[in-house]
Write a protein that binds this ligand. Structure first.
Ligand SMILES: [Zn+2]
Length: 256
């Protein structure tokens, strides 16, 4: 029986992921999220309900629009699968608790922010700013207000510091204001000292990919690499790995 709940949690998450795809596609274009119903971006054909079943429809349609046969971006099923997996994770670990709802909100916000940052190099403040307050409310409910507040101030403050110093040294924008709010939001949700791990993971993945990019293309990249997706991966990984990370911190004497 348990497995049925798990499958349901995954597909519920995948359906939410399908909605996140709509938000990711429409928010930067300024199109309403509610209307019109989903349509093919190429031929504008409205997508019927049975062509819109998360993950499954993509497989049956072989990744192409049923009318104009143009390719449907792999991004759609990918985001549905990622969202489904994160819902399944949250369901297995938190059950249908208050933690579940706050964490899936956190995960969904990060998926939207990193996808938009990846494509447009913009971090939508309309998600990260309310996210900071929702993160702090979550910490108040859990009785962890102080670690949440310090995590928020430390995360936002550190990125702000890098932005100011980097701007002076390199005479260009190394970190956007959006990264400051995003890191503050992640800090509010994961608290201190986990925010340190989140930023560390983000910097590590960012540097590795940056080096691979420079080696493979034999040039330095002109446009800045968006940092939002790395911060988001860092934020999600510290939630999933928090027990392990806390053990490391305890070993180092940061935690008692
Ligand atoms: Zn089409």
């Amino acid at each position: 029986m348990i497995i049925i709940y798990d499958i349901f949690a995954f597909f519920f998450g995948a359906a939410i992921g399908s909605f996140l795809n709509v938000v990711i596609y429409r928010m930067p274009e300024g199109i309403s999220i509610i209307r019109p119903n989903s349509f093919c971006p190429k031929c504008k054909k409205p997508i019927k309900w049975f062509e819109n079943i998360p993950v499954i429809s993509y497989i049956f349609l072989k990744g192409r629009c049923s009318r104009c046969h143009s390719r449907i971006s792999i991004r759609y099923p990918l985001i549905e699968i990622i969202t489904g997996c994160l819902f399944l994770y949250a369901f297995i670990h938190f059950g249908l608790s208050i933690d579940f709802f706050f964490y899936v909100f956190f995960f969904c916000s990060l998926i939207i922010i990193s996808s938009i940052d990846f494509s447009y190099q913009i971090i939508p403040d309309i998600i990260s700013m309310p996210g900071i307050f929702i993160g702090l409310i979550f910490q108040i409910i859990k009785g962890n207000f102080l670690p949440g507040l310090i995590g928020m101030l430390f995360g936002g403050g550190l990125i702000l510091l890098i932005r100011v110093i980097g701007g002076k040294v390199y005479k260009k924008e190394v970190m956007g204001v959006g990264d400051v709010y995003l890191t503050a939001m992640i800090g509010a949700f994961v608290g201190f000292p986990l925010i340190l791990s989140a930023i560390f993971i983000a910097a590590l993945i960012g540097s590795i990919l940056g080096i691979i990019f420079i080696i493979s293309t034999k040039q330095s990249r002109e446009s800045p690499i968006p940092f939002g997706p790395f911060l988001s991966i860092g934020g999600i990984l510290v939630i999933i790995l928090q027990q392990k990370i806390v053990q490391v911190f305890a070993f180092l004497g940061v935690y008692q």
